[in-house]
Design a protein around this ligand. Sequence first.
Ligand code: ADP
Ligand code: MN
Ligand code: MN
Ligand code: MN
Length: 365
Amino acid sequence: MPYQAEYIWIDGVEPTHGLRSKTKIVADGKKPPVWGFDGSSTNQATGSFSDCVLQPVFTCPDPLRGPNDVLVMCEVLNADLTPHPTNTRAAAVATAKQYASFEPMFGIEQEYTFFQDGRPYGWPEVGFPAPQGPYYCGVGGAKQPGREIVEAHTLACMRAGLAIEGTNAEVMMGQWEFQIGVLGAVAIGDQLWVARWLLQRIAEDYGVDVSFDAKPIKGDWNGAGAHTNFSTKQMRGPGGFDAIVAACEALGTRVLEHIDSYGAGIKDRLTGAHETAPWSSFSYGVSDRGSSVRIPGAVARDRRGYLEDRRPNANVDPYVVSRLMVETICGAARAPRRAPAAKAVKAPAAATSTRAAATKVAARR
Ligand code: ADP
Ligand code: MN
Ligand code: MN
Ligand code: MN
């Protein structure tokens, strides 16, 4: 019996690329083949030379269809089989190869906002819901609109074999998060994009839209991020804390390059309010959710583990954030020492570290 393969790819829409997909019936026993699409309808080609190529790169069970059906994440190639300009995965693969010996690993916390009728899901037709406070990890009544979609999405990710780790309701009503990881530098992008596709596809069934907008509602409402947690073999190993501090220092040398690639509208979100650090200054600290990069308290205590770059937007391309973090952090670790090595930072004695105990570094640029 033939099976259905849902080919998923990233389009060329600006300023934020979106997802597209279409279905191919594949003969029993055959793998999903290379396929194509009309790039002139996705901002990836002109009408007169419109063929783009879909190269399957990651396949998993389709949890929404039959037991033999699959989801197929694809790279977009030009007709001559070179990577299309909108193909950010190809560069992520090259960088991951270059720094494979560091064994970089990622976990991403994907925040998003449900929308219906042009406003966040569950919001009143006029005016605003009660101010932020009860919604984060809240329960009960009208406080948590969208939970049925979250439940369906979580189950779908598990059935697809994706490395989903958890979910939580966020600070703004209608806003939620799921986490995915811990995965290698390319797999994090493949799986997060498929998880985003599943979320949008499932929300369809409820007549709801998913927004990855970084600041969907202006004013005193939280934005939506994609905190990116990162480690190397050295950072995870005994005494890895010094490598974690060195990684933070390295991120501090390329602040604007990262900010420019961390998603459209980042300056609206990284204002310094709502658990963010201002985009224009770089800081890192232990347990500090008001810094650009946070070293979790438990990591400081164990003196090994990972760091959390809190800057990426919900609408960031995970292939881009992965490539940049590996380039910047592993690149600095590999480079011959020009400057003196980053000074070691003492972990605070108490597990409950405070902002005062945190290390702050001024922006370099
Ligand atoms: P918080 O909301 O407190 O920032 P979460 O529990 O939402 O924390 O997310 C923690 C993230 O850290 C997860 O995505 C997880 O995959 C990631 N993580 C844990 N250990 C590592 C590691 N060694 N390397 C990279 N990421 C990690
Ligand atoms: Mn989280
Ligand atoms: Mn969150
Ligand atoms: Mn976080």
